[in-house]
Design a protein around this ligand. Structure first.
Ligand SMILES: *[C@@H]1O[C@H](CO)[C@@H](O)[C@H](O)[C@H]1NC(C)=O
Ligand SMILES: *[C@@H]1O[C@H](CO)[C@@H](O)[C@H](O)[C@H]1NC(C)=O
Ligand SMILES: *[C@@H]1O[C@H](CO)[C@@H](O)[C@H](O)[C@H]1NC(C)=O
Ligand SMILES: *[C@@H]1O[C@H](CO)[C@@H](O)[C@H](O)[C@H]1NC(C)=O
Ligand SMILES: *[C@@H]1O[C@H](CO)[C@@H](O)[C@H](O)[C@H]1NC(C)=O
Ligand SMILES: *[C@@H]1O[C@H](CO)[C@@H](O)[C@H](O)[C@H]1NC(C)=O
Ligand SMILES: *[C@@H]1O[C@H](CO)[C@@H](O)[C@H](O)[C@H]1NC(C)=O
Ligand SMILES: *[C@@H]1O[C@H](CO)[C@@H](O)[C@H](O)[C@H]1NC(C)=O
Ligand SMILES: *[C@@H]1O[C@H](CO)[C@@H](O)[C@H](O)[C@H]1NC(C)=O
Ligand SMILES: *[C@@H]1O[C@H](CO)[C@@H](O)[C@H](O)[C@H]1NC(C)=O
Ligand SMILES: *[C@@H]1O[C@H](CO)[C@@H](O)[C@H](O)[C@H]1NC(C)=O
Length: 778
């Protein structure tokens, strides 16, 4: 009831000013304009009208007002505001030159010219003589604004940025810092081009850096995260182009005491869950124990992948290192509320004396054992919760290896039967997998990352370490666009792929900053980066090793270099092809949309899609385009991208390369997945004349002749059953047609592409892709 009243009150107060026609526009405010009461319909604007200042209803204390600066075209985006004042407290300048708002006042220095004015600059600074709102930021920093180096500079609710370095949850719980080479570093400013500049001369670049004519701001949001926003003037929306923290649940205070924060899908999609034996407290935030804990009458409940980071003390006592030791150590200590144990990798034991900042993620690799009363009957349900992770790569299946004479009908029948059996088995296996959740998720966590990246960042290797791991770079496993890849084994027996980069620009610090961002990208369908080396001009990246090789070896076995192995490779069946397509689409959508739009892959092709044992696809080489030298970035079409996969705008029109270029490349890959033919070899294999542009040919087959089967891979046509596979194959082809549109703006976003493939949106008929490669670009 009261809340309702509080909400409507400011509205009611504001009603007159909304209904009255035009506000009075001031370009400056002086003694003769005084006083200015909050209820008066006046606005102070900057010369080019970018910013406006005026009284707005206070968002925190109802019935009062704040004198605020906001964007004229985004009137809900406030960049600075005063403390709340009541409706009877005016802003005024006295004849003697004292500016006052409620009980605060600013006196003009004696050296100032007479008749001081309050003005709003186009930079967004409100100035009065030597006073400037830029020196007292609230939750936002604008370009050209120097961030005060000490104290709580940006504040939003209980979150603050302290010493221009650390994000702190009240009162003193620091959960994130700007770092450079693992040391904290202070932020200086946000440049108008979109870079964050640091005290040590390093910088971080936002997604749209350099894009001209953008409004930009760095804001500490109510979620406790720092974000750089960008908007084209006149557009209706802000785009987040950089954010400090990628995983919402690592922000302290996101959930209350005793709660466990679990990210489900994307940054904003998270839940605060109560552990078993706990109920949501009346504050709606924290969780409270149902049965009080009494010493010596307790038991432990296992919570997989949960960690409580606050009040946690890693134990160095060797006797407590095995599981039983860890358990009894906690059981003997009355202040121990839970203990965490890491089963894989370096086993470790963590004692919790507080249950704060609970966090669920497979990346923790930790199980927390929660101490509850022995009378507690609740059983644990923290055994999975990662249905989202399961959808693309649910089961391990092995496909029959094709026989050379696959023409006889009996053999065809056999394939159909075995595929049917495989699909049946898949069902059985997923149930089995369901039962085996513990170990399965542990495997999954292993692929997610052995180190806890949010805390430490990727591991830094020395050149000597990598030299010895790869036996002096002896085992070459591939030649990518960015350098040679070697197989190696780390001292802890992890098998890794070491990529020696060529043509990398920038200094070590810049490289480190970029690599840290790449390493933070967690997705089931992205190859995991574990570390890097930057030494003596050498730039190396260390990845998880995917032994089976890349998609091209499965799709085009005849012409791959390892001819000997080619015959052994199974021909991928339709459901696996579909699963690969969806997995890759999701990974790229994640790069484009969830990690903020700046991560373009720029070289999507079957060679960069690695295939795991269970046919789970993993996209590699992402983010590397960012590391290329500046000169290379200018002449992108020659350096990156691969003939046959490059979007038209890239090759011919020299338009800016956007995420839509990746969508085009993905469309080509999709067509190849379906047809088993390299798009640029297609004309040699099938047709003369002008019909050689594969997308156009496919379009004609699908939409004009309605003979979709004719573009499908001949090698598995026998197993194609329209009733079983028709839907998904058709979705793959039609989605490819949309991706392959000539104009970038006609192509769907990658997120939409994933949805189209998954059958979640209707796929309408696209325009016909046309020939653009009039001459062969090398
Ligand atoms: C104060 O501003 C008004 C316009 O808003 C202007 O007409 C007036 O001359 C200014 N007074 C002084 C003393 O500058
Ligand atoms: C904010 O902008 C919208 C759209 O431009 C307009 O309808 C609304 O009246 C504005 N509100 C204020 C308080 O200026
Ligand atoms: C304004 O100033 C008076 C004292 O000058 C103070 O009591 C009051 O809390 C202040 N705040 C508001 C919102 O008016
Ligand atoms: C002004 O009012 C604020 C509350 O709005 C109060 O915290 C502050 O102490 C007051 N200052 C003076 C000088 O009265
Ligand atoms: C402005 O000048 C006055 C008088 O010289 C001084 O007391 C005050 O600290 C100065 N304010 C700022 C923000 O520099
Ligand atoms: C922002 O910081 C950089 C690096 O110190 C400096 O070169 C630049 O002048 C600063 N910008 C402003 C507006 O002070
Ligand atoms: C900020 O700096 C002050 C000294 O300048 C120091 O005492 C304080 O601990 C720092 N706070 C954080 C969160 O780093
Ligand atoms: C943080 O604040 C709490 C409560 O104010 C206090 O008990 C604790 O000692 C503080 N910790 C540090 C490291 O300052
Ligand atoms: C702004 O975003 C909203 C929702 O995200 C969307 O509906 C709207 O079309 C966007 N407006 C513009 C101009 O892009
Ligand atoms: C219990 O654990 C806490 C935190 O680890 C430690 O400070 C305390 O000394 C321990 N008490 C006993 C009796 O071991
Ligand atoms: C566990 O069960 C409780 C009670 O049914 C529920 O509130 C909670 O969300 C469940 N937790 C998980 C992780 O599913």
């Amino acid at each position: 009831m009261t809340r309702l009243l509080w909400c409507t009150l400011p509205l009611l107060l504001f009603l007159p000013s909304i209904t009255t026609a035009q506000p009075q526009i001031l370009t400056s405010f002086n003694a003769s304009d005084s006083p200015w009461f909050p209820t008066q319909n006046k606005l102070l604007i900057s010369p080019s009208r970018t910013f406006t200042a005026g009284f707005l209803p206070s968002p925190t204390s109802s019935g009062s007002f704040t004198f605020s600066i906001f964007y004229t075209h985004f009137n809900s985006t406030v960049v600075w505001s005063s403390a709340p004042v009541s409706s009877s407290s005016p802003l005024s300048i006295s004849p003697s030159g004292v500016l006052s708002l409620n009980n605060t006042s600013w006196t003009v220095p004696s050296t100032s010219p007479p008749n001081p004015q309050l003005t709003l600059l186009d930079s967004g600074a409100l100035t009065f003589a030597n006073w400037s709102s830029f020196k007292f930021p609230t939750d936002t920093i604008l370009p050209e604004q120097i961030i005060p180096p000490t104290g709580k500079t940006l504040v939003n609710g209980k979150f603050s940025l302290v010493n221009a370095t650390s994000l702190v949850f009240a009162p003193n719980d620091s959960y994130w810092s700007f770092t450079s080479n693992s040391n904290p570093v202070a932020l200086l400013n946000l440049t108008s081009a979109g870079s964050l500049m640091f005290q040590d001369g390093t910088s971080l670049i936002a997604a749209d850096v350099g894009a001209p004519n953008r409004l930009r701001r760095l804001t500490l949001g109510p979620d406790g995260n720092l974000k750089v926003y960008s908007a084209a003037p006149g557009s209706g929306n802000w785009t987040v182009v950089w954010r400090a923290i990628q995983e919402r649940c690592t922000i302290h205070g996101t959930c209350g005491t005793g709660s466990i924060c679990a990210t489900l899908d994307g940054y904003d999609d998270f839940n605060c869950l109560c552990p078993p034996g706990f109920d949501r407290a009346s504050d709606g935030q924290s969780c409270r124990r149902r049965i009080p804990l009494t010493p010596a009458d307790d038991k432990f409940l296992r919570l997989d992948f949960v960690s409580f980071t606050d009040g946690a003390t890693p134990l160095s006592d060797p006797s407590a290192l095995n599981f039983e030791g860890c358990r009894s150590y906690c059981a003997r200590n009355a202040s121990c509320l839970a203990f965490g144990y890491k089963f894989s990798g370096s086993q470790s034991c963590v004692l919790n004396t507080r249950l704060v900042n609970g966090y669920w993620s497979p990346a923790t690799e930790l199980a927390t054992f929660l101490r509850v009363s022995r009378r507690e009957s609740a059983t644990t349900n923290f055994t999975g919760m990662s249905t989202k992770l399961e959808t693309t790569c649910p089961v391990r299946i092995r496909l029959p290896v094709p026989r050379s004479d696959s023409n006889s009908t009996t053999w065809n029948l056999a394939i159909i039967c075995s595929l049917f059996a495989v699909e049946l088995l898949a069902g059985v296996f997923s149930f089995y997998a369901f039962l085996k959740k513990y170990s399965k998720y542990r495997d999954m966590a292993r692929t997610f990352g052995l180190e806890l990246l949010p805390a430490g960042g990727p591991k830094r290797f020395t050149y000597a370490e990598l030299k010895s791991a790869t036996k002096d770079f002896s085992a070459v496993v591939g030649h990518g666009g960015f350098g040679v890849v070697y197989r190696g084994e780390l001292p802890d027996h992890r098998i890794v792929a070491v990529k020696k980069l060529k043509s990398v620009g920038g200094g070590e610090a810049e490289f480190w900053a970029e690599v840290t961002i790449i390493a933070r990208m967690h997705h089931l369908n992205l190859v995991r980066m574990w570390g890097f080396c930057a030494e003596k001009g050498q730039r190396l990246l260390v990845y998880e090793y995917i032994p089976n090789g890349s998609l091209d070896k499965y799709l085009f076995p005849a012409n791959t270099s390892d001819g000997a192995n080619a015959k052994e490779r199974p021909i991928l069946d339709w459901s696996i092809r579909y699963r690969i397509a969806v997995g890759v689409a999701r990974a790229i959508a994640y790069l484009h949309e969830e990690c903020l739009e700046w991560v373009l892959h720029c070289d999507i092709k079957p060679e960069n899609i690695l295939i795991e044992d269970d046919f789970c696809p993993k996209v590699s080489d992402f983010g590397l385009a960012k590391l290329a030298k500046k000169e290379d970035k200018v002449s992108m079409s020659k350096i990156r991208g691969t003939r046959g996969y490059m979007a038209p705008e890239w090759v011919i029109q020299r338009e800016p390369i956007t995420a839509k270029a990746d969508v085009y490349s993905f469309g080509m890959v999709l067509l190849e997945i379906v047809s088993g033919i390299r798009n640029f070899e297609f004309r040699m294999s099938t047709l003369e004349s002008e019909d050689w542009y594969f997308p156009k040919y496919a379009y004609e087959k699908v939409y004009r002749e309605r003979k979709l089967e004719e573009i499908l891979d001949k090698r598995i046509m026998e197993s194609y059953d329209g009733r079983v596979h028709g839907g998904m194959v058709e979705r793959m082809v039609k989605t490819a047609m949309w991706c392959l549109q000539d104009r970038p703006e006609a192509r769907p976003s990658m997120g939409k592409v994933a949805k189209m493939l998954e059958g979640l949106v209707e796929i309408t008929e696209p325009g016909r892709p046309t020939i653009f490669y009039l001459n062969d670009e090398e």
